[in-house]
Write a protein that binds this ligand. Sequence first.
Ligand code: SF4
Length: 701
Amino acid sequence: SAGEPAATVCTTCPYCGVGCGVRAAPDGRGGAAISGDPEHPANRGRLCSKGSALGETLDLGDRLLAPRIGGRAAGWDEAIALTARRFSETIARHGPDSVAFYVSGQLLTEDYYVANKLMKGFIGSANIDTNSRLCMSSSVAGHNRAFGADTVPGTYEDLELAELVVLVGSNLAWCHPVLFQRLAAAKAANPALRVVTVDPRRTATSELADQMLPIAPGSDVALFNGLLHAIETGGALDRSYLAAHVSGAEAALEAARGYPGERVAALTGLAPAEIAAFYAGWIGAKRVVTVFSQGVNQSSSGTDKVNAIINCHLATGRIGRPGAGPFSVTGQPNAMGGREVGGLSNMLAAHLSLEDPGHRAAVQRFWRAPRMPERPGLKAVEMFRAVAEGRIRAIWIMATNPAVSMPEADAVRDAIAACPFVAVSDITAETDTAALADVLLPATGWGEKSGTVTNSERMISRQRAFLPAPGRARPDWRIICDLAAAMGWGDAFAYDGPAAIFREHAALSGVAAGLGRDFDISPLAGLSDAAYDALPPSRWPAGPEGGRTRFFAEGGFFTPDRRARMLPLTHRAPATATTPGYPLRLNTGRVRDHWHTMTRTAKAPRLSRHIAEPFAEIHPDDAAPLGIAPASLVTVESPHGRIVVRALVTDRTPPGSVFVPMHWTAQWSAAGRVGAAIPAATDPISGQPESKAAAVRLGRF
Ligand code: SF4
């Protein structure tokens, strides 16, 4: 009866890419009791501080509950009709590439699928990009170069089965806490499991490390080129694996020969003895997993860093075997779902290639699409530059806050403000980006919407609704389909729910598998609505190879000749040089208890108890000459912007660098918006911005 608590619902945490299973028991008053799902393979009942506080983030205080046009409340029909008209008029006058969607890893796979289908197949532009560009696009590009597909070869279990786990540019303890807990538990049970961290900063993760390598920012390629050279000189090449499954080894080895130990020491700032110890440990451990995250990805040489790591695993055949492989751990709950549907401007759907005419034709046939773009669209940084320059004249931003999170955030905010038409769909109007919208569209949030997400180990899990949609909020997939219908394509977007979208997505993956691609969930294309609703966590590929958990131990890469590629790589310094005027490196990252720009986590007071305000970690040697006292206010300034935060004087951060967290926005602390100070330098292949190596100066406020 009304008001009686409903049954417990199994769903998935909306925060990080670990993708933990959550049980939610609604209390009948709009809240829910939250616990870890003991049956979910990612977390086996564990939750971190953020996940366990989810029940405290469900109130409707700041929610956007009805569409708004120019600040006034409006009906859905009017808001959708206006958005459709402005998009259609812009396309008619300026062509399909004059419009764009900027989407988010917070979207569910079904939302992402229809957004990508609408932009690429019906509007006919590839201008759909995502905040995932800021997160893992270097890993995608590195996987594609080495494997011919964006395939993560291993699983979380590999961290527990390894003899050596190397964590590169990853504060796993704070950013992927449950995976860190699994690693810590495995190490406690097996003290022979060694952990090495590669990170300029000393972090909570370092506490688990047997060896810490505080490398100079941006020097990972030198470190792993040196490792590849040591593998060769140490006689550790797996020559039979190389002969059977890998191309490009000789060129990669030749490039690596330019990185003897003393050169690696000079470039990384590490002592020769600690480099030698790391190399000996890596070479000596047959089961080694090299985990990499944002310190690798968010770099102007991010793609090369990924390939430098993969080179070492290919050279030793340590890939796709229990406890061995390169492992990308990425940011958002839908770590991989967006990639699977092609929600990046340079991808198609189902891991098919936009630039392959055969792939394009197959998707166009499948969608019965009137048109398809033939070249990649604009990547995030380019997209907002095009907005600033008037080349993009209508943009729809879904579930993300680029006026804060993009590099050169002030310029991005100004560009959005000046864009002739901006639609924003989100759960709240209280973001810096929503404040700039012509049309605001209320979306359902976690606990209210239904669909799937894919975590960092290829595990597809259901997010299930356990609360009603508040006010007039609608699921993202439905808002997108409503727009498609208003633009004249209702037949192709006539889904009656996320299950129907998922079936189509799964069927398209079968087309892709027929073209030799890795992503295959075609056996799920026949799921009934009830079976979709009951879908247990399922790792892809599903089907004839179902139960297969790892890729590439016996080769079988997704390049035309089925061989992996090793690449010759060269160390490059960060794109922005430090100068006497801007002598310090600005590193950015997360804190333990907050998520992104805090639209959800700020609602749980206990999550602000750990760290309540933005800060700058400054080494005592940098603070003293400037007269910066602990806990005083300081300015951190680049040529692009300036922030004011509290000084945290500590030797956790090395001399010559400053660490500032990324979460605080104008809503919480106008002066702590660190994106304003970061230059929009990007990796030339992935387009991922370099968020961890800006040149800045410090001052007393
Ligand atoms: Fe959620 Fe990640 Fe924490 Fe798991 S580790 S509960 S997915 S934030």
